[in-house]
Design a protein around this ligand. Structure first.
Ligand code: TXA
Ligand code: MG
Length: 376
């Protein structure tokens, strides 16, 4: 355990003294959590393998899951990557600083454990003024995964970071809530054509203007073996609350009656149900004995993206036995950040979905709850 120091900073004009303290902490091989425009990161000096090892220990993250290296500007890329392909210049010009991560060939100075022993390295230039100030002040590339315990929802506030990592991180820069709320888009440029490894803050449609060949899966990629995965963020159980989540497969509005019946039946069996829904649907369930959590207006993907992880944590804190969640509609999500929202909800639910109109739905929910109780 370490004593975690917390510094409140203005997100636009962070106090130079706080930034200097954080930069010194990094230079000393210790861990600093800091806001980026996507989620909070848990940073260490990317050139120091002992410091990087601390990240894995603090998060309880498997050593096989590689980290993203953050840079102050695109000009620093040669510090960490080699054989940089020509399309990087235009991508950097267009999307950096911002929520795009590029997987490139790893340079010789990067600590090998950053990349979990791979020959590649993931890099991004974050847009958040606090992250930028920290990168400039320490003059180091910073390896930083999301600052949550492994497989929990990513942190979008400093409080989320402390909830998971108090006593495990040396210093936290609290710059308020992050603005995008979902992690960066990860694109692998070591493969030809390039491959989308994780949907995120930059939409696929925007990326294709510069990478017309970009390959992206139609449905969320699911892998179970960390070692074999080209991007272990694709593990099925990820971003998951402790309470089991099941997705409601029906279209909002069409299955209200069925959801009512299902929730009442579960309630009659002594189970507490949480419902995670868009704003518009909340009113339909006001009369139910269910805990209601709204994640924003159904068609406002930016608002949902900003709120999603906080709402997942909130739903998790209700003491419910199960959370039923409505995914955003496929059409509303197409092309942009909505794809990332669908991906994160799918993984929070470990891929489980029910159709409330299907007579089998009750049995599925009960078996999931029972399995969770058996797990302890
Ligand atoms: O927005 C973000 O990307 C945040 C902020 C803090 O920058 N970071 C983040 O890191 O989400 P993390 O570790 O939670 O997710 C990194 C993702 C994982 O899916 C990881 O497997 C993938 O990037 N990744 C990292 N290095 C890789 C590599 N060399 N090859 C393939 N995938 C890689
Ligand atoms: Mg993460």
């Amino acid at each position: 355990m370490v004593a975690t120091q917390v510094y409140q900073v203005d997100p636009y004009q962070p106090d130079p003294a706080a930034i200097a303290a954080a930069a010194q902490t990094l230079a000393a091989g210790r861990l600093v959590a800091f806001p980026t425009e996507t989620v909070y990161g848990l940073g260490a000096n990317a050139l120091d393998p002992a410091a990087v090892a601390r990240i894995f220990a603090a998060k309880q993250r498997p050593f096989t899951d590689p980290l993203i290296v953050h840079l102050a500007t695109a000009a620093h890329i040669a510090q960490v990557a080699t054989a940089i392909p020509p399309e990087v210049a235009a991508l950097a010009e267009h999307f950096w600083p911002g929520p795009l991560t590029l997987v490139l060939r790893r340079g010789p100075h990067v600590a090998p454990n950053v990349s979990a022993g791979r020959e590649s390295v993931a890099v991004r230039v974050p847009a958040h003024p606090v992250a930028h100030a920290l990168l400039l002040a320490c003059g180091l590339p910073i390896a930083a995964p999301s600052a949550n315990l492994f497989s929990r929802p990513s942190p979008t506030t400093a409080q989320h970071v402390l909830d998971d990592l108090a006593g495990r991180v040396d210093l936290v820069l609290d710059g308020g809530a992050t603005t995008i709320g979902l992690e960066s888009t990860v694109v692998d440029l070591t493969q030809t054509p390039p491959v989308l490894l994780r949907p995120g803050g930059v939409g696929v449609a925007a990326l294709r203007t510069l990478l017309p060949e970009l390959r992206s899966p139609d449905a969320p990629v699911v892998v179970t073996d960390t070692e074999a995965a080209s991007s272990p963020g694709t593990l099925l159980k990820h971003y998951a609350p402790r309470t089991p989540v099941l997705l409601l497969r029906g279209a909002a509005g069409d299955d209200d009656q069925r959801v009512h019946i299902l929730v009442r039946t579960l309630h009659a069996r002594g189970l507490r149900v949480g419902l995670l829904l868009p704003d518009e649907e909340i009113a339909h369930y006001a009369d139910l004995h269910a805990e209601l959590v709204s994640f924003g207006p159904a068609h406002d993907m930016a608002a949902i993206g900003r709120a999603l992880f906080a709402r997942l944590r909130e739903a998790d804190s209700l003491g419910a036995d199960v959370i039923l969640a409505r995914p955003v509609a496929e059409q509303a999500a197409a092309g942009g950040i909505g794809l990332a929202i669908r991906d994160r909800l799918f993984r929070a639910a470990e891929g489980r979905a029910i159709d409330a109109a299907d007579p089998a739905a009750l049995g599925i929910v009960l078996s999931v709850v029972r399995r969770e109780i058996d797990r302890g």
